[in-house]
Design a protein around this ligand. Structure first.
Ligand code: ZN
Ligand code: ZN
Length: 371
């Protein structure tokens, strides 16, 4: 089943503002909330809307989505189906007020999302990388499968609250009978009691684990890029789906290359004679060395473009360019012979009659004189 575009789900354009995202979500959530809409596909639609909203309402997640789309390097690792069960609770609070009372203590809850920051080398961002990370996270206890009960035993429905997790307390006051609802004290709102606890998780149903996760970083990622690994967040509760793992990338700087989007920038030195007479020089690019022809009379600060020598785009085809800025280095240590040659040169040049420069000198003189 291919996923629909999040913007399409909410009926918005890519440029929609945060407010528009919120408005569209509220409208659609009201329309499809399973408690209001009894159509068989309402729940599915509701989840789709909620998921789209979760991403588009979060600036970082939205930026990642805009860049990568439904990226999921570890496809098939779960997640996708049970999008966001825990979200039902929130919507009760939002639209129906007093959500707490409606919440079923035994309803599945989605696990929390985890975030992991990874620092990679400049070229790893350009070419991608496959690596393994270890993250501490909460997982469902494998001994009791998350029930918290010792194997061979079962949870029992709380007899005080009959499984609702809520207790009614009736008070007779001068104004009449007041019925208060509060969390069941017998089961702490869980709705069930574990008679014999699992020896591994001591009844919580979850254990802390160091989890090894294989991460595929696609070529072309950049500083701040996020990779979502679906289903690798914290374990869900009561059979709910796990959260997602977000890997946020930090990219180290390079001593020669700089990057702006898909384009690479670098600076190379030229001697005065190379700039004046022209030359062919070798330029390092991300993958190889290439020859660059410097025409005679090149000015310092001139940019040359090496087409297609930039970074490969994460989505779609194409590649950025490499921009080479040449900087003419003025010699600082000259022998007497060199100095004499330069003096001769200056005389031959006849006081900077070079046309292009002449105008610059003229303009500068005018500026000084306050013309
Ligand atoms: Zn109870
Ligand atoms: Zn256990």
């Amino acid at each position: 089943m291919s996923k629909r575009d999040y913007y399409e789900v909410l009926g918005l354009g890519k440029e929609a503002s945060g407010d528009e995202v919120k408005k569209a979500y509220r409208k659609l959530a009201r329309q499809y909330h399973p408690d209001v809409n009894k159509a068989s596909d309402a729940e599915e639609k509701f989840k789709e809307v909620k998921e789209a909203y979760d991403v588009l309402s979060d600036d970082q997640k939205r930026a990642t989505y805009d860049q990568f789309g439904h990226i999921d390097p570890n496809q098939g690792m779960g997640g996708a189906g049970g999008a966001d069960f825990g979200g039902f609770g929130d919507i009760f609070d939002m639209f129906f007020g007093g959500g707490g009372q409606r919440r079923n203590p035994n309803a599945p809850q989605r696990g929390a999302d985890l975030q992991y920051t990874m620092t990679i080398e400049f070229k790893e961002a350009v070419f991608g990388k496959e690596t393994e990370i270890k993250i501490p996270r909460t997982e469902t206890c494998d001994r009791c499968s998350g029930s918290g009960a010792k194997s061979g035993t079962k949870k029992e429905t709380c007899s005080t609250c009959k499984g609702s997790g809520q207790q009614e307390v009736v008070q007779n006051t001068a104004f009449g009978r007041i019925v208060n609802r509060r969390v069941c004290t017998t089961c702490n709102g869980q709705g069930a009691i574990i008679k014999e606890k699992c020896g591994k998780c001591h009844g919580s149903g979850e254990v802390k684990n160091q989890r090894k996760i294989n991460v595929k970083i696609p070529a072309g990622v950049d500083e701040g890029s996020q990779i979502r690994i679906s289903g690798e967040g914290e374990a869900g509760k009561k059979g709910g789906p796990p959260g997602d793992l977000y890997i946020v990338l930090r990219v180290k700087t390079h001593e020669f290359f700089e990057r702006e989007g898909d384009d690479i920038y670098c600076e190379v030195p030229l001697t005065f004679t190379q700039a004046a007479l022209g030359d062919e020089i070798e330029i390092p690019t991300l993958t190889e060395k290439v020859k660059l022809k410097i025409p005679a009379g090149t000015q310092t600060g001139t940019y040359f473009r090496l087409k297609g020598k930039g970074v490969q785009r994460v989505r779609g085809y194409g590649q950025g360019d490499q921009h080479v800025k040449v900087v003419v280095v003025t010699p600082s240590k000259l022998s007497d012979e060199q100095k004499n040659l330069l003096r001769d040169f200056s005389e031959l040049s006849g006081e900077h009659t070079h046309d292009k420069h002449q105008s610059i000198f003229e303009r500068m003189k005018k500026a000084i004189l306050g013309d």
